[in-house]
Design a protein around this ligand. Sequence first.
Ligand code: COA
Length: 438
Amino acid sequence: MEWKKYYESNLTDAKEAVKLIKSGDFVVFSHAAGEPEVLINAMVDNASEYRDVTISHMVSMGKNEYVNEKYKDNFKYNGWFLSGGIRKALDEGRAEFTPVFFHEIPSLIRNGLFKVDVALVTVSKPDKHGFCSLGVSCDYTVQAVKKAKIVIAEVNDKMPYVYGDTVIHTSEIDKFVESSREIYESPVIPIREIEEEIGKNCASLIEDGSTLQLGIGGIPNAVLAQLKNKNHLGIHSEMISDGVVDLYEAGVIDCSEKTIDRGKMVVTFLMGTKKLYDFVDRNPMVEMRTVDYVNHPVVIAKSSKLICINSCMQVDFLGQIVADTIGIRQFSGVGGQVDFMRGAAMALDERAKAIIAMPSVAVKKDGRKISKIVPFIDQGAAVTTSRHDVDYVVTEYGIARLKGKSTKERARALIEIAHPQFKEELKVQFAERFKCEY
Ligand code: COA
């Protein structure tokens, strides 16, 4: 019962806890649904006490007030992935972005290339042995806790207790702040007709017994919705959302044919609604592992019949994938896209498939359509997945398999699955680019 005494004597309120942050410190948050809102709000309220506190994290679901112009002398921001609130600050020169493969973050923290003085995290209530779960955010958060000089935890009674590397002991935490706010939710977006078609095309590539990785964005749920008639699917994925719960309950996902971590869904973070958070709570079927395990291409490569599905902004005639920038504008980050594309390419089981699934067009706010299949990527855009790693590209119009194809053959295969409105123009551009008829 010693841990209880330790817990009681270090229990404080958020206002007091954030006084442990000092000017010049590097502060890392648990991210996505694991964002410690109560601690972040208190830190922002205490802004006038700090100068040059650098903040880093991956996905953000909160208000991101720390990037506001008025806090420019108090906080600096250096993101590893960008979400809505931060993009504007980066555009306006008030934030920085560091490109990094998701699986590398724990090792960069370990070797000091990413500095962590203070870790702000959300945890579940401690169990009777004094262990808390980092719940929905395991990824780099575990390593941040281990490296930080000071760990401040928001102990939230709504945070699910998820098993795996995510379980840490109260003795690893310096200050506890109790809260009972709702965990951030990512609403389920209704599936439109285009996504339904993309989902069907992806489903046609998925065999019974496959192990799935599903990326971020609107496509994953559309794919899951098309898998109701499959059997013995498994999960080894950076993240999962609500669609996985439906398939588990329908008996489609049982992880029985996985070659690694058989019988378990292995993930590194969770982003969904309360339905997902209730499902993962003390569920031995779900194992959270750190991102340097889940996303390591060498680990991924050991999965049988691996299917990786990620999305993108643009693909050019060569098969270069732009997923995290729009022109010179940083939109998100590489996340785990290349980790999984590489893992699939290296897979011991040659039935592995790396899929980039996307609508054939992006629709701008004024209703204008833009083809996502282009002869050249936009000026200033960064290639996320190289033409050497790319394999299947899927739109609502079909499937283009690019591996083994020459550049001209790739361009033809991609034009075949482009939006009809752009096909003729793309064929003209093909003739110009390759100096031959389409
Ligand atoms: N040109 C201009 N704008 C484009 C565009 C293009 N070619 N393609 C998309 N856009 C715009 C959309 O119009 C939309 O704009 P809006 O926010 O104003 O509505 C925005 O970009 C996002 O597009 P959308 O299709 O809604 O994105 P999504 O939520 O499905 O996510 C990615 C797609 C590519 C952004 C997302 O998958 C990503 O960040 N990928 C990189 C990381 C990754 O793959 N991780 C995998 C493991 S989790």
